[in-house]
Design a protein around this ligand. Structure first.
Ligand SMILES: [Zn+2]
Length: 452
């Protein structure tokens, strides 16, 4: 992306703003990378009378899509291994390679900085090619953080990235607190392209290998005293770390999958909230898809806790979990219930270990189809078109700690947009799954144009 702010422009089209006050508009005006006016074409032109007018040949223009849980650097390394520095020959080839089984890096040594920079040069255009403008990279180690900083310094970071530092918690809270304190930084440091996110913590395991922390034992582990799953951090240690983070201005994002894990995280945060109110800090439950209770949802809403959810995980794991847990598992990843309870939910993929194409996520959220399944799971929990789009715009902007600055096309927000081949609020889910990004812009600068 050019370092200079994009020149003033008026963008004309069927604009979906994600602003409840004015959901549709004819045009918006962009100056210095920011939306300065939205409304009729005449209103937008009047705001910047000398600016050129650009009308992409598209069915709709929406805020650029954001993935609130994408290991973007790992995905780039996977592309680098598959294709070398020349990169993938097409978007389709890129996604085939990204979704192939296997690790993201098979080299004997850790990737070098040069390899990481090459990886970022490969992955960003692929994601812009499906309308993406931002990611939360959940769990970066110092080498990954250095690569993001280096890419940004070289003017090569076209994606807005919110990296989450991942302290070593094997020794408990105290050494992790010392390490975080030693960075001398806090959540929010950076700029609108690269901004430090919250602290990433793993509270439990995963659904697919029966290590997510459930309230009941996993059926195949009924006789095992640890059969409810894996708690990776004792409650007291987790509460201590959370209290320190809240007090010191670090946000948190906690990997937690199972119901008992969600109970544990929210109980700790309820205690912390009594000393340091959590509202506005962006504390986030990551995944939280297996057996969250109505009480969990009510408490999360009360505390201002967000959820980063992944339709891709439901898509991949739905059949497997139902086979092991029974029909109750059909209600996994109940995004509609979280939203109904008043919780802000961001959409994402957990790529490259789950399919990262946001079109799959938008479709799955509206259908609850599962890979290898005969029928949708708990179809009463599907999202409507607007709620599905909100996952990847306003919802993921909130999880990116950028609510009010990104995710909607309103005056004062970043001019991040994608022109699409279909109107995602009018098209049926199958058409949304196949739509194409005609043009993608970040801060008013075009980062992708479809080649016919
Ligand atoms: Zn992940």
């Amino acid at each position: 992306m050019a370092k200079d702010p994009a020149s003033p422009q008026v963008i004309v089209g069927n604009v979906i703003t994600m602003d409840p006050e004015r959901p549709r508009a004819e045009a918006f005006a962009v100056d210095a990378g920011t939306v300065v006016a939205v409304g009729t074409e005449a209103e937008a032109r009047a705001a910047l009378p000398t600016a050129p007018v650009h009308a992409p040949e598209a069915a709709a223009i929406v805020p650029g899509l954001i993935d609130s849980h994408l290991h973007m650097q790992w995905a780039g390394l996977k592309l680098l291994e598959a294709f070398g520095e020349a990169g993938p020959p097409s978007l389709a080839a890129a996604f085939t390679a990204l979704e192939a089984d296997g690790r993201h890096w098979n080299g004997d040594a850790d990737p070098t900085l040069a390899e990481r920079l090459a990886a970022l040069r490969l992955i960003q255009p692929v994601l812009h090619g499906v309308g993406m403008v931002g990611v939360v990279d959940p769990a970066v180690v110092p080498a990954e953080m250095s690569a993001y900083v280096a890419a940004h310094n070289r003017g090569e970071l076209t994606m807005r990235v919110v990296p989450m530092p991942h302290p070593d918690l094997t020794g408990g809270a105290d050494p992790a607190i010392a390490a975080l304190d030693g960075i001398g930084a806090r959540t929010g440091l950076g700029d609108e392209t690269l901004r430090l996110g919250g602290v990433k913590v793993y509270f439990d395991g995963e659904g697919k290998n029966s290590t997510a922390l459930r309230r009941e034992p996993w059926p195949e582990k009924a006789d095992d005293p640890d059969g409810r799953g894996w708690q990776r951090l004792p409650n007291e240690e987790f509460r201590k770390l959370s209290a320190w983070c809240a007090r010191e201005g670090w946000s948190m994002g906690v990997h937690v999958v199972g119901g008992a894990g969600i109970d544990g995280v929210l109980d700790a945060w309820l205690a912390v909230d009594k000393e340091t109110p959590l509202a506005g800090l962006g504390f986030t439950l990551i995944h939280a898809y297996l057996e969250p209770s109505p009480a969990n949802m009510e408490l999360a809403a009360k505390l201002g806790v967000l959820v980063a959810a992944q339709p891709s995980i439901h898509w991949n794991n739905g059949v497997n979990l139902e086979a092991r847990l029974g029909p109750g598992a059909r209600e996994i990843n109940p995004m509609a219930a979280w939203i109904d309870a008043g919780v802000a939910v961001g959409g994402g993929s957990d790529g490259p270990y789950f399919p990262m194409d946001p079109r799959l996520g938008l479709w799955q959220a509206r259908t609850r189809e599962v890979a290898g399944g005969d029928e949708p799971q708990a179809p009463e929990l599907v999202l409507d078109a607007a709620a599905a789009l909100a996952l990847y715009t306003t919802g993921s902007a909130a999880v990116s700690l950028a609510a009010g600055r990104r995710g909607a096309l309103t005056p004062g927000q970043a001019a991040d947009w994608v022109a699409l081949s279909v109107d995602p609020l009018l098209a049926d889910p199958a058409a949304v799954r196949k739509m194409t990004a005609v043009e993608t812009a970040v801060g008013g600068t075009t980062v992708h144009t479809a080649t016919a």
